[in-house]
Design a protein around this ligand. Structure first.
Ligand SMILES: [Zn+2]
Length: 113
């Protein structure tokens, strides 16, 4: 499952940060996930406990911030809000667009002790 590997990736990042800070574990982690990052939030939440089990993130509080999707149509130049990767332009229904916001997926911050 795609979401599980993403969660495991975050565990890797957290393990590295904890090591770097010579800390013990992570108390809270804040993630930014774009609407068009191709991540199913439900699947991600479902994968999370399995991914963090026995890791530095096991008891961490997880906070997810959703980044709204924004795209510019490459055919008519219309700027629009996009909620799914494959949504067409609402003006001309073109599928050619440049998603300039909403594809992010990263760790914004984490707190270690
Ligand atoms: Zn358009």
């Amino acid at each position: 499952m795609h979401e599980l590997s993403l969660a495991l990736n975050i565990v890797d990042i957290a393990e590295r940060e904890v090591k770097k800070a010579q800390a013990e574990r992570v108390t809270s982690i804040s993630l930014k996930i774009g609407e068009c990052a191709g991540v199913e939030n439900d699947a991600f939440d479902f994968a999370w406990p399995a991914a963090v089990k026995d890791s530095v993130l096991e008891s961490a509080k997880k906070d997810v911030k959703t980044v709204p999707g924004k795209a510019k149509c490459l055919d008519c130049g219309h700027d629009f809000d996009i909620h799914h990767l494959y949504d067409p332009c609402p003006d001309c229904e073109s599928f050619f667009k440049d998603i300039y916001q909403g594809k992010e997926f990263f760790v914004e911050s984490l707190t270690v002790i």
